[in-house]
Design a protein around this ligand. Structure first.
Ligand code: HEM
Ligand SMILES: N[C@@H](CC(=O)c1ccccc1NC=O)C(=O)O
Length: 287
């Protein structure tokens, strides 16, 4: 039935008295959430709210990604591959949202941004502890990154903890070992404070899995999920780089780096190098 006068009648059962009961705003702490957008430009620049909200929404999604990645790591450790795959599927959807969000910020013109960039001081996404935590959990450890968090004890503690713990990839390789795959010993007791570096001896392990996917289906699927995760992470980095190029060109960054050139180097970082390298080996008989 169509609504009359294009106006929906409020049903009599709709709750309007919330005394002593939970309501939407209090559950979500909207008072706190919606008062946390505080532009610093004076006079306030119209576009600074876009800039703040793009960052805040990203940080909220980073928070959920971290929550899910920790669960995935636990599930892998407990040989619960199915639950781990479900977690990774959710993370992949979040990554798509984050990648698709870049065009919103790209509506900020170079001239508009230049009007309030000077008010941002030394603030930079380089100081995002959650972004760094995601990199650490995926296995790209870098102790040097902790330096910018010296004055932030909680962030520093979190990153130190993650630096010293195993990554998703460490746990996946340990799971493969428990299942009888010949994962090199050196990877199972490696110094987890270091970034994982390419290990050629893993290639025959993945070659076997990829060439006989039907006999290794769940681990094969897991490999492909990890490839998707890295692929999406790189797409985010690439969209960030391209957005930066179109908004500030080759200017140095507020965080002190060379800017776009520094960000481009991040595209050479990799979490699961052997899962990409194995592609070259498929269908060949060298190993
Ligand atoms: C106008 C938009 C933006 C510009 C011009 C910009 C620029 C930059 C630059 C130049 C750097 C290098 C560090 C520095 O010297 O500052 C950087 C790093 C970073 N930015 Fe942005 N950014 C923008 C938006 C964003 C957004 C929306 C996020 C989301 C949270 C973000 C997250 C990051 C992260 C995580 C890094 C560290 C990357 C790494 O270590 O490779 N940025 N950004
Ligand atoms: N690094 C940026 C500034 C920037 O984008 C930014 C500033 C404050 C808070 C987050 C930021 N986002 C990403 O770097 C720049 O050089 O313009």
């Amino acid at each position: 039935m169509v609504v009359e006068k294009n106006t929906r009648r409020i049903e009599s059962g709709i709750e309007t008295d919330f005394s002593g009961r939970m309501d939407y705003g209090s559950y979500l702490q909207l008072d706190r959430l919606l008062s946390a957008q505080v532009p610093v430009s004076r006079p306030e620049h119209h576009d600074e709210l876009l800039f703040i909200i793009q960052h805040q929404t990203t940080e909220l999604w980073f928070k959920l990604i971290l929550h899910e990645l920790r669960a995935v790591r636990r599930q892998l450790r407990g040989d619960d591959l199915r639950s781990a795959m479900k977690g990774i599927a959710r993370i992949k959807h979040i990554q798509h949202v984050l990648i698709e969000q870049w065009p919103v910020l790209a509506t900020l013109t170079p001239a508009e941004y230049a009007e309030f960039r000077g008010d941002l001081g030394a603030a930079s996404g380089f100081q995002s502890f959650q972004y760094r935590a995601v990199e650490f959990l995926l296995g790209n450890k870098n102790a040097g990154m902790l330096a910018v968090f010296e004055a932030l004890p909680e962030a520093h503690r979190l990153l130190t903890e993650l630096l010293e713990q195993s990554s998703i990839y460490d746990e996946f390789l340990a799971l493969l070992h428990r299942r009888g795959y010949p994962v090199p010993e050196g990877l199972l007791d490696r110094d987890v404070r270091q970034a994982h570096v390419f290990e050629p001896a893993l290639l025959p392990v993945f070659k076997e899995i990829y060439e006989h996917a039907h006999g290794n289906w769940d681990v094969y699927e897991a490999c492909e999920e990890l490839v998707d995760l890295e692929d999406n992470f790189q797409l985010w980095r690439f969209r960030h780089l391209k957005t930066v190029e179109r908004i500030i060109g080759m200017k140095r960054g507020t965080g002190g780096s060379s800017g776009a050139g520094f960000l481009r180097k991040a595209l050479d970082l990799t979490f699961f190098p052997e899962l990409f390298a194995v592609r070259t080996e498929i269908g060949t008989d060298n190993g």
